[in-house]
Design a binder for this molecule. Structure first.
Ligand code: XMP
Length: 180
C-alpha cells in the first residue's frame, strides 16, 4: 500500500460490486433511450470507465473540465470552466458523472449551466462519493455510490495535488503528507 495512505475506506472489489448495482439501476431507469454522458474531468476518469462499461445502453460520452480545488484539500468555492463550449446536449437525456460531492458547489454550477445553456431533454447526475455533512448548496443527485464522512479522500481517480489517482482503492491521506 502507498505509504501516504492512512486508511482504506473502499477496496476495489467493494467499489466494483457497488458499480454493478448502480449500472443496473441506470440501465433500467433509461431503458429504451440513448444516454448522453457528460463526465467531469479529471477526478471521475477511473470511476466513469468502470461504471460506463457496465451500463447496457447506447450512449455517447463527452467531458467537461472544471477547476474548483487548487492544490489543497479545501474548496476554493469558485468553479472555473476550462473550456468555452459545452458538449452538445440539446434534446438529449444527459447523465452527468462526477467523482465526489463535497460542498456541492461544483456539481451545482455544472448542472445549472447545462440546464440553462444546453436545452437538454433531461439531466440526472451520478457520483461515486457523497460527503453529505459537508454540503453548502442544494444539489439533485440521483445515483450515489457511497456516503462518506467529511474527510479528504484520495485514490480511484481522486487526487491530492495531482497525485494518488491511480490507487485502486479510496482511502484517506496521512496528515504529514498534506502540505502546511
Ligand atoms: P465541491 O465542494 O464543489 O467539490 O462539492 C467537488 C470537487 O472537489 C474535489 N473534491 C475532492 N477531491 N478528495 C479529492 O481528491 C476529496 O476528498 C474531495 N472533495 C472534493 C473533486 O474534484 C470534486 O469534484
Amino acid at each position: 500500500m502507498n505509504e501516504a495512505v492512512e486508511t482504506v475506506l473502499f477496496h476495489e472489489t467493494t467499489i466494483l460490486s457497488r458499480l454493478d448495482e448502480m449500472a443496473r439501476e441506470i440501465s433500467a431507469d433509461f431503458a429504451g433511450r440513448e444516454l448522453t454522458v457528460v463526465v467531469i474531468l479529471h477526478g471521475s476518469m477511473i470511476f466513469m470507465s468502470d461504471l460506463l462499461r457496465r451500463i447496457d445502453l447506447p450512449m455517447t460520452i463527452d467531458s467537461i473540465r472544471v477547476s474548483s480545488y487548487h492544490g489543497g484539500t479545501t474548496s476554493s468555492g469558485v468553479v472555473t470552466f476550462n473550456q468555452k463550449t459545452l458538449p452538445d446536449i440539446a434534446g438529449k437525456d444527459v447523465l452527468v458523472v462526477d467523482d465526489i460531492l463535497d460542498t456541492g458547489r461544483t456539481l451545482r454550477a455544472i448542472l445549472d449551466r447545462l440546464r440553462e445553456e444546453g436545452e437538454p431533454a433531461s439531466v440526472r447526475s451520478c457520483v461515486l462519493l457523497d460527503k453529505a455533512d459537508a454540503r453548502v448548496v442544494d444539489v439533485d443527485v440521483e445515483y450515489v455510490g457511497f456516503e462518506i464522512g467529511d474527510e479528504f479522500v484520495i485514490g480511484y481517480g481522486l487526487d491530492y495535488d495531482g497525485h494518488y489517482r491511480n490507487l485502486p482503492f479510496v482511502g484517506t491521506l496521512k496528515a504529514e503528507y498534506v502540505k502546511g
